[in-house]
Design a protein around this ligand. Structure first.
Ligand code: NAP
Length: 307
């Protein structure tokens, strides 16, 4: 069977359509729109591009945008003030503090200031604690996006339907029970690896976490039914890291010296072994963006007492 390409652009467009419909219905019920507050510090080109994309999708889905741009020279207190200002603004339901922040700013202390009910990136310690408990809370966007692509991998949606760009009800892509499946997550960051491992655990997968101190990475990875690479090393994972017929998710986004964007997977050799694989670009990236908007709309509904 041909390898299924897990097209994040396609899936994110389907989710985006559903979120837009949800916003329209909430607007009708509540007479107001969800608001996303974006704080961007400095002029890192990659961060600027990510923010532009997130804002574009937010507007397409019908959200109000509140944008606060600070110079790279902004102090810890100035960024803190911008966060507290958004916390107090009742028209803002979700706050995005775009990471990474310029050197000299304490990222964790700033994330801790975000009102947990507006923490749509799911990075506040309270929400991380709720994730460990398995209690409801905003889940981090990239892990949620990766999990949705794993559901797509095991769903009946085939590559033909995806390539014809057919409209699809994503409710038909069921959250899959991963009992008996072994997942290996390479990377243990707070942003991706750790929360994704917890989400996979919630779905009953047997989860192994690997990192830079792990030994025999290829052997470890090649035993995985689901292999996730969230490393940040261009094309580290080759075909011999992949189990025959495994599902492979590439979270990495790496810019090469020649300007090309590649993931953590050597795509072609991995594709030969996998039953389903994400491309870079166009895999996990677009899913991260749409999950941010989905979390913001969920926060809006919750804050206004709508189930
Ligand atoms: P990070 O904080 O730098 O963490 C990287 C992880 O990879 C660490 O746990 C590190 O291990 C591990 N690692 C590094 N080199 C390794 C090696 N040779 N073998 C095994 N493990 C190794 O990065 P991150 O924020 O998680 O991001 C990872 C990648 O995903 C980056 O390319 C980033 O750009 C991308 N990303 C993409 C999205 C998206 O939307 N697609 C979102 C976020 C991040 P130690 O802990 O031992 O150092």
């Amino acid at each position: 069977m041909a390898t299924k390409i897990l097209d994040g652009k396609w899936l994110s467009t389907q989710v985006q359509n559903e979120v837009a419909a949800q916003v329209a219905s909430l607007m009708e019920k509540l007479g107001k729109k969800p608001g996303l507050g974006v704080i961007l510090v400095g002029d890192n080109p990659a961060s600027m591009a990510y923010v532009a994309n997130k804002e574009k999708i937010a507007v397409v889905c019908g959200l109000n945008l509140f944008d606060n741009r600070l110079p790279a020279t902004a102090t810890q207190d100035e960024v803190a003030e911008a966060i507290l200002d958004f916390n107090q603004n009742s028209e803002i339901d979700g706050i995005l503090l775009q990471l990474p922040l310029p050197k000299g700013l304490d990222e964790k202390k700033l994330l801790d200031l975000i009102d947990p009910t507006k923490d749509v990136d799911g990075l506040h310690p309270l929400n991380q604690g709720l994730l460990i408990r398995g209690s409801p809370a905003p889940r981090p966007c990239t892990p949620q996006g990766a999990l949705a692509l794993i559901d797509l991998a095991y769903s009946d949606v085939n590559s033909d339907l995806i390539s014809k760009n057919k409209i699809y009800d994503t409710a038909a892509i069921k959250p899959i029970d991963l009992s008996g499946k072994k997942a290996v997550v390479i990377g243990r960051s707070i942003l991706v690896g750790k929360p994704l491992a917890l989400l996979l655990l919630e779905r009953n997968a047997t989860v192994v976490m690997a990192h830079s101190k792990s030994k025999d990475l290829a052997q470890l990875a090649s035993s995985a039914d689901i292999l996730v690479a969230a490393v940040g090393v261009p094309e580290l994972i080759k075909g011999d890291y992949v189990k025959e017929g495994g599902v492979v998710i590439d979270v990495g986004i790496n810019r090469l010296a020649d300007g090309r964007l590649v993931g953590d997977l050597d795509f072609n050799s991995c594709k030969d072994k996998a039953c389903a694989i994400t491309p870079v670009p166009g895999g996990v990236g677009p899913m991260t963006v749409v999950m941010l908007i989905k979390n913001t709309v969920a926060s809006f509904a919750r804050r206004n007492g709508v189930k």
